[in-house]
Design a protein around this ligand. Structure first.
Ligand SMILES: Cc1cc2nc3c(=O)[nH]c(=O)nc-3n(C[C@H](O)[C@H](O)[C@H](O)COP(=O)(O)O)c2cc1C
Length: 302
């Protein structure tokens, strides 16, 4: 496989396994019959009978861990959640609404990248935050590839620009302008921009696609995933908020994803060593040269 600098697949797909009768146990000596598990379980596996909490239909378990996390007495023994995977926290330790709102409002796409390396520990935290996002039906079918090899990053930009220039060559002639100029007015507006980006890149005057990013995090799910786009973009948002909190600059690689949409031959996937998956989100990352110390109330251009 191409050396991408760092390759990370953090999510374990628990759904490959199903719970069988007997896998899930309730320690009767600890259980206080509070029925929190009964109330919280999406799959309705827990029920009260004869003064005891019992389980049924265990194979419906989606491995969300709600039962284990809600039990005040650690009475639920779930094979996927040994004590090493269960972490107590004080609700008072959560960020305050004001702190969270400040993070949400101050998070920006910062493209003023410096040439500094992103500390390894920061990248790991960004990945950990991404992997903590929820997924539909708790499929955990969200995976990551972190590209840091400068040659691969350059190839990603070349790939994106080549895709745009193919569109330009197709549309930028009198015949096509007459035929599709009105219908594709928004695409035609972009043609000078695409030409400019390509010219600047090939003249060594700057990369307007990745803007000198030190890493790109691609987030993907299996091709068949019904909620892949939502799952991956929720992971993106977690990652971007963690990046902001760490002081790492990031932006969404929408141009690359637009090229990917037109890529019938799976060239980007092949470049990244990926097969039978769909990339739904991408994040360019670098240490910032400058940082925002104000936020503005948002408004839009149309
Ligand atoms: C779906 C999506 C695609 C984007 N694509 C790009 C991109 O290709 N390049 C870029 O520099 N910024 C990209 N952005 C960043 C937006 O331009 C940015 O979010 C917007 O300008 C507002 O700035 P803010 O993120 O600081 O609030 C994208 C954002 C989103 C949500």
């Amino acid at each position: 496989m191409t050396d991408l600098g760092l390759y990370g697949v953090l999510n374990e797909n628990m759904m490959k396994e199903t719970l069988s009768v007997g896998d899930l146990k309730i320690d009767g000596s600890l259980c206080i019959r509070c029925q929190r598990c009964v109330k919280i379980c999406l799959a309705e596996i827990f029920y009260k009978e004869g003064g005891r909490i019992r389980t049924k239909n265990e194979s419906a378990c989606i491995f969300c861990g709600h039962c284990v996390a809600i039990c005040p007495k650690d009475a639920i023994i779930h094979p996927a959640f040994p004590s090493s995977r269960v972490h107590s926290f004080a609700i008072s330790d959560l960020p305050s609404p004001e702190q969270l709102m400040l993070l949400l409002k101050s998070r920006r796409s910062n493209r003023a990248f410096s040439g500094k390396e992103i500390p390894e520990a920061f990248l790991q935290k960004v990945l950990e935050a991404a992997a903590a996002a929820p997924t539909a039906q708790n499929s955990r079918d969200v995976h990551f590839v972190l590209v840091r090899d400068p040659e691969v990053l350059k190839a990603v930009t070349e790939y994106t620009l080549a895709s745009f220039m193919k569109v330009v060559r197709l549309l930028d002639n009198r015949f096509m302008r007459l035929l599709a100029g009105r219908k594709l007015a928004d695409v035609y507006e972009l043609i000078p921009k695409f030409k400019g980006m390509s010219r600047r890149f090939h003249a060594g005057e700057g990369d307007m696609i990745l803007r000198g990013a030190k890493a790109v995090l691609f987030i993907y799910s299996s091709e068949k995933s019904r909620f892949g786009a939502a799952d991956c973009n929720l992971a993106y948002q977690n990652a971007s908020l963690m990046a902001e909190s760490l002081g790492v600059a990031q932006f969404y690689t929408g141009f690359v994803l637009a090229a990917l949409e037109r890529d019938r031959k799976g060239r980007l996937n092949a470049m990244l060593g990926l097969k039978d998956v769909k990339i739904h989100a991408g994040m360019a990352l670098a240490m910032p040269e400058i940082r925002f110390e104000k936020y503005v109330d948002r408004c839009g251009c149309n």
